[in-house]
Ligand binder design. Sequence first.
Ligand code: AMP
Ligand code: MG
Length: 490
Amino acid sequence: MTVHFPFQNSYSALPDSFFARVAPTPVAAPRLIKLNRPLAVQLGLDPDLLETAEGAAILAGKTVPDGADPIAMAYAGHQFGQFVPQLGDGRAILLGEVIDKDGVRRDIQLKGSGPTPFSRRGDGRAALGPVLREYIVSEAMYALGIPTTRSLAAAVTGEHVIRETALPGAVLTRIASSHIRVGTFQFFAVRRDTEAVRRLADHVIARHYPELRDAERPYHELLAGVVARQAELIARWLLVGFIHGVMNTDNSSISGETIDYGPCAFMDAYNPAQVFSSIDEMGRYAYANQPRIALWNLTRLAECLLPLFSDEQEKAVAEAQDILGAFSEIFSTAYQAGLRKKVGLFTEREGDDTLIQDLLEAMAKNQADFTLTFRKLGDSAVDDSADARAQFMEPAAFDEWSGRWRARIALEPQSAAERQAAMHAVNPAFIPRNHRVEAVIQAAVNDDDYAPFEELVQVLAKPFEDQPEFAAYADPPLPDQRVLRTFCGT
Ligand code: AMP
Ligand code: MG
């Protein structure tokens, strides 16, 4: 039996300027270290066949499966505010697209599969650590219900990549509803290729916003659609304490999925100014800056679309501004509604926003663990559990707040058990804590031991269940386990 990929490629049928045709560079000794079997089934692939030597060779980029049309996509992007007119897939190759069990078109992309015409000075490769990191965090985001690219497989190449030291090389198979970014539009806009911008916009509408096809002003609606999805996505990030780390326009997806897990991290103690990425020296992509940056990125997208809006530039700009103006409202509505659920409110009353803001302020002042405070608050709904209180350096700060909270929830008819269940359904017990992710990577890279990786992936697949046998995974780091910096590892 050979592995069959039911490819139905559409991006590679676009004009030649959209990509470069390039095959993965074969590697020495492919070995599959993880296959996401349920995802394989969802994509119409046979997981048993993917686990054979032939499957591993495909997933490590050694052989190209039948029907693939491998390409590296062209894109540009603002990196930390600086525009780079040509970036592109320098270490990723799109094998092709399949239609999944729900009828959704999905890209199958190899990341770390060798150089492409967009590699610039890079080697086109990925190290094992960052591959495992992306696998763990993207699948954790999926389990948390947050739109994201996913990970089908991780394979080692049997070769080393040279970073600061020699590290084992690996390839991640990334699945996305597409890899089209704000930077993809910028690539054509900066070349003043309006026809290509229109072609790309039409492709995006057909693929991600099909309901807009017959709209009177489809390109305006497209911008409005991306604004709404990004605003809702960033609200979801904030509600679980996620910090992307490199919100460059080339890492900002048109479909509204979280993409490019580099130096990303979940915060432990709540701190709105939190930054982990070693390359984010100015804190541009700090936790609480993320909504502002998303709007900045969307403004870059709007600039690309102006020629499609109107020939009169002033009119086009005014229309774009109007659409971008909706971002704050969509974001705040999603964020505030999410926060209300996190504190167990079923209804909306005057004073709720202040009540919630006061909790966040007390948490920041008291270095309360973001995840555990909300999770344990769910238990406080049923009894006088002191677990939420224990997250606060100065527990009195919690007592003052919880008195007001108890008075507020008493105004609602729901039972304590109902409230606890509703809170546990939105407040995860388990997130990919940095110290756990680092420990898993160390075991794999230093000792070729993947058991910790397997266990962490398993725990994070059910973030809202208590899983008492894995309770330690919910714990914040001890002071000497704290990870202060994360690296993109390119
Ligand atoms: P990222 O930081 O992953 O968003 O990547 C930014 C840009 O650098 C993209 O164009 C990547 O394709 C490129 N890049 C990152 N790492 C490598 C590498 N090892 N080899 C070639 N290009 C790379
Ligand atoms: Mg990127």
